[in-house]
Write a protein that binds this ligand. Structure first.
Ligand SMILES: [Zn+2]
Length: 306
């Protein structure tokens, strides 16, 4: 019996060790000496990994399902960042915490949205500021890719050719997903082209697909919808006979459920924008996220189940 116990605990220890090495808790002693690229959120990590291929180790500070706007970095995050060779953030004000965070970190840092033409936020306290969710247009992410290819080529010049080839391949995929997304949403008739969501995170997607955007709040820092915001959206849904409304995976859908109860619009489903799902969930990659959202929106607004 004692022998069996010791075998079990050895197995448990091995499992713990393996778990530690596979995740972001990995240390320099795990035999992986590739340069470490630390990104701020899972969407960015996935895009960066597509460009990096096997040559770099790409990690995300926030985990799947986590809220990125108002994240509070932990002391472990700062320690993690001290091991990074490059820190990558979205910019456009997405990561409110990032300026303070990066001031404590020595690694060079690249802003992937540099060169994107921002869409300004229309309402709220944020009016006039750039909408940070530029990745919701795959066409913008071509700029992200170009910035990553340049930064990675500086970090690991021996692999510059591979980064360029990966980037070109990914750019082709972005164009394909953009075309799919526009085609999927083109079927909506003129009177069903309103996209009503919790956060105002879909300005770029709405622009690409020719939809009208309406939301409860502009940016997730203030997740509690005010009674005025809820009433405003209820009025819009009634006036435009909007058939379905949506909310995003990282916030509470309770205020949007109020809109549903007051208007009789359907709850059209969960959209993904600020985080990927877990690997076994519906949107393990950024390209999956775009396809999922286009399918969910088109399905609910045409009355077909997504
Ligand atoms: Zn957001």
């Amino acid at each position: 019996m004692p022998k069996l116990l010791s075998v079990l605990s050895a197995a448990a220890a091995a499992a713990l060790l393996a778990a530690g090495c596979g995740g972001t808790g990995a240390t320099a002693s795990d035999g992986d000496d590739r340069p470490v690229v630390l990104t701020t959120f899972t969407v960015l990590a996935d895009i960066a990994a597509a460009v990096a291929g096997d040559h770099l180790r790409v990690e995300s500070i926030t985990k799947p399902g986590a809220e990125v706007h108002g994240y509070e970095p932990t002391p472990d995050d700062v320690k993690e960042a001290a091991r990074a060779d490059l820190v990558v953030d979205n910019g456009l004000g997405l990561e409110a915490w990032f300026t303070r965070f990066v001031a404590e970190v020595d690694a060079p840092h690249v802003v992937v949205s540099d060169g994107v033409h921002p869409v300004p936020i229309a309402e709220d306290a944020y009016a006039g500021k750039p909408n940070p969710h530029a990745w919701m247009s795959p066409l913008n992410v071509r700029t992200y890719v170009d910035n990553l290819v340049t930064a990675f080529s500086g970090l690991a010049p021996a692999h510059a050719g591979d980064f360029r080839a990966n980037g070109e391949r990914y750019r082709d995929e972005l164009q394909r997903v953009h075309d799919e997304l526009v085609a999927a949403l083109a079927v909506l008739p003129a009177d069903k082209r309103a996209l009503v969501t919790c956060e105002g995170a879909f300005s770029y997607l709405a622009r690409d697909a020719g939809l009208t955007e309406r939301y409860l709040w502009a940016v997730n820092a203030e997740q509690q919808a005010t009674p005025q915001q809820v009433a405003g959206v209820i009025g819009f849904v009634r006036a435009n006979a909007v058939p379905a409304v949506f909310c995003e995976s990282t916030v509470s859908d309770a205020p949007m459920r109020q809109v549903v109860a007051a208007t009789g619009a359907a709850f059209g489903g969960v959209l993904y924008v600020d985080s990927l799902s877990a690997p076994d969930g519906p949107v393990p990659t950024y390209l999956d996220l775009l396809r999922h959202d286009a399918r969910t929106i088109a399905g609910a607004l045409t009355g077909r189940a997504g």
